[in-house]
Design a protein around this ligand. Structure first.
Ligand SMILES: Nc1ncnc2c1ncn2[C@@H]1O[C@H](COP(=O)(O)OP(=O)(O)O)[C@@H](O)[C@H]1O
Ligand SMILES: [Mg+2]
Length: 196
């Protein structure tokens, strides 16, 4: 699903509320059947770590860790390390980075770094992956590869993605598009397709 709208329309604000990074002043956020307004801060953090994955415009990798270590990090913070290395390696293979595992994160290209960030978002098997302008800082070829990858992960892993973009055409066919204007939903389009 895509969230689109002009700059300042409230896309990031909405995503931060869905991502439980900000609390809404009114209304509630329901995720996987849980009314998140009933959770205290600790419960919220734990819920966020187990149910949500995040991808940002910049990959925000830890540069003194390797690609593999960056991907395993969310498992160190939440969940179990058992089997995490094998799972991380398998996911990194899926995104075409099997030859980059032991490189430091600042030694890979921008497009590759974003693929590491995508893999990191998937390692805890979240219910939803939230992405704020994931192609916003990439050249057009890397952006195309990233979109293709997100769509293929959506199909292969049946992973739900909520993606903010102001490059609507870059994503081609998607299952739902929500247009935001002045902090409100302007339009909701549901499309007949099996992707994102
Ligand atoms: N529903 C809302 N109600 C009140 N203020 C909002 C709402 N949505 C966004 N804003 C405000 O609008 C500004 C721009 O929002 P932002 O989410 O950064 O936009 P975008 O990501 O689309 O560029 C922010 O200052 C934010 O606090
Ligand atoms: Mg924004």
């Amino acid at each position: 699903m895509l969230i689109v709208g002009s700059s300042g329309s409230g896309k990031t604000t909405l995503l931060n509320m869905i991502g439980l990074l900000d609390r809404p002043t009114s209304g509630t956020v329901l995720i996987d059947g849980v009314d998140t307004s009933t959770l205290n801060d600790d419960q919220l953090a734990s819920f966020r770590n187990s149910k949500l994955g995040f991808i940002f415009q910049f990959s925000n990798l830890l540069t003194d860790l390797t690609v593999l270590e960056n991907v395993i990090l969310p498992r160190k913070i939440h969940g179990s390390l058992e089997g995490s290395e094998e799972e991380a390696k398998m996911l990194l293979k899926t995104v075409g980075l099997e030859s980059q595992l032991n490189k430091f994160a600042n030694k890979v290209s921008g497009g590759q770094a974003q693929r590491v960030a995508i893999t990191r978002a998937l390692i805890n098997k979240p219910a939803i992956v939230l992405a704020d302008e994931p192609t916003g800082s990439l050249d057009s070829i890397s952006a195309e590869t990233t979109v293709h990858l997100l769509k293929s992960l959506n199909r292969k892993l049946k992973q739900t993605f909520i993606i903010i973009t102001h490059e609507r055409p870059q994503f081609g066919e998607v299952d739902k598009v929500v247009t935001i204007k002045d902090g409100r939903i302007l339009e909701e389009e549901e499309l007949e397709t099996s992707s994102i």
